[in-house]
Ligand binder design. Structure first.
Ligand SMILES: Nc1ncnc2c1ncn2[C@@H]1O[C@H](COP(=O)(O)OP(=O)(O)OP(=O)(O)O)[C@@H](O)[C@H]1O
Ligand SMILES: [Mg+2]
Length: 407
């Protein structure tokens, strides 16, 4: 994060106007600083981007964040010339993208960048390895080399075992991983990711973010990542660019965005990042995996793995008891092999949509919390360590930032 690579992507005073006469009055108005809504009212043209400039360095994860319609997709599409710009310049690795056409443009897209989108279209009739190797096939790489590269990419996303499965056999999260592997298979310098994780459920989404950062730690790509979720932006971005109504509002490190919001608009966003208020229980709970009846104390203890505890449920699936590692070990130490000797009943329950603030006090007891549905059945296991970690994450970001800045 601290090392400053050389610039690889630059947008320079980019305007994108949609409509029949993009370079007419709408552009003049936008250039004189007239707001998008007013430009639309006066000219009937839609402002996609207005005076957008940013510079992305090699090896950086640069996140563009903004609400729906703020211009994020329009911005990323100027980088591979899926959109022409109305005014301004887009430079990628020294090349003026607007000047590319035909085969040169195709080669540029193919060799320089990989793309991952929200609903990544995989070929349903091809298996995983052929999907991943597709970009190389287009480049006329022979099958053996193609498969080798595809397997390497699949192992990066942990899916090498599924190489020969049909893509339709994979879950949404796994399909999105295949999408990422496909983008990585050609070993491009740049990854363009537009809401790549937005359709995934929160648990899988976090896993994907973690995995992507792990992969990035190894491969050092340049990643332009689009999201409408500030939490995601702050979590993965080396720098974050906040957009509103087609314009850039602020560009900074997550620390700067959090501690020095440039405008009231950003400040309002940042307020919402109060982890306890925003994050709901279902986002961090883990699979309940209750202890099955008849399990011995010893087996139940080793079955805990790295979980803080596990529940016992009744015939309706409702949690009745909990086994924690310390309780279990204590009971076993006293010579018992009976599961009941290690159980306790004084655990807390919550619902999937409760916020972390709601369960914060209960987490202080250090016992896992049972997440139950309306009928009282166990649907998740909430580890107090995960609650504290999640709530502490932004706080520690701010602490570190202040320490570095003021000491
Ligand atoms: N092809 C197009 N024709 C006309 N207007 C467009 C076109 N593409 C985008 N726009 C407009 O440009 C603006 C920015 O759209 P864009 O798709 O970039 O937003 P976004 O930030 O990606 O939003 P979302 O989060 O919904 O994907 C919007 O006002 C949109 O209506
Ligand atoms: Mg979009």
């Amino acid at each position: 994060m601290t090392e400053q690579g050389e610039e690889i992507i630059r947008l320079d005073e980019v305007y994108k106007i949609f409509g029949p006469q993009p370079r007419g009055r709408a552009l003049t108005l936008a250039k004189s600083g007239v707001h998008k809504n007013e430009v639309q009212r006066q000219s009937g043209h839609v402002v996609g981007l207005t005076d957008v400039s940013f510079s992305i360095k090699k090896g950086e994860i640069f996140v563009v964040m903004g609400l729906s319609g703020s211009g994020k997709s329009t911005a990323i599409r100027t980088v591979n010339k899926l959109h022409d710009v109305t005014h301004g310049q887009v430079i990628v690795d020294g090349t003026d993208v607007q000047k590319l056409d035909g085969t040169a443009l195709q080669a540029f897209r193919r060799e320089k960048m990989g793309m991952v989108f929200q609903h990544f279209a995989l070929f349903p009739h091809r298996n995983v390895i052929d999907n991943v190797g597709y970009g190389l096939k287009v480049q006329k790489v022979d099958k053996e080399q193609r498969d080798e590269a595809a397997l390497r990419a699949l192992s990066l996303v942990g899916l090498q075992a599924y190489a020969h499965n049909a893509t339709s056999e994979l879950s949404g999260g796994m399909q999105q991983r295949v999408g990422l592997a496909r983008a990585l298979a050609t070993d491009p310098d740049i990854l363009l990711m537009d809401e790549a994780f937005s359709a995934l459920d929160p648990l899988i989404r976090r896993q994907m973010q973690d995995e992507m950062m792990e992969i990035q730690g190894e491969l050092h790509k340049t990643i332009l990542f689009i999201t409408h979720d500030l939490n995601e932006a702050l979590r993965i971005g080396d720098r974050v660019c906040i957009m509103k109504d087609g314009a850039v509002v602020q560009i900074g490190t997550p620390e700067e965005i959090l501690t020095k919001p440039a405008t009231g608009y950003v400040a309002e966003f940042v307020q919402d990042v109060d982890q306890g208020r925003v994050i709901q229980v279902h986002e961090i709970m883990v699979e309940p995996r209750p202890i099955s009846s008849g399990t011995s104390l010893g087996d139940a203890i080793s079955g805990l793995g790295d979980r803080a505890g596990a529940f016992v449920v009744d015939s309706e699936g409702r949690p009745t008891d909990i086994l924690t590692a310390p309780d279990g070990i204590r009971a076993a130490g006293m010579g018992s092999s009976d599961l009941a000797a290690g159980l306790r009943q004084d655990f807390e329950k919550t619902s999937r949509n409760a916020t972390l603030n709601d369960v914060y006090a209960a987490a202080g007891r250090g016992l896992p919390i049972a997440v139950v549905d309306d009928a009282g059945a166990l649907i998740g296991n909430l580890d107090p360590r995960h609650i504290m970690e999640e709530m502490g994450r932004v706080e520690s970001l701010i602490d570190d930032f202040e320490r570095e800045t003021f000491m």
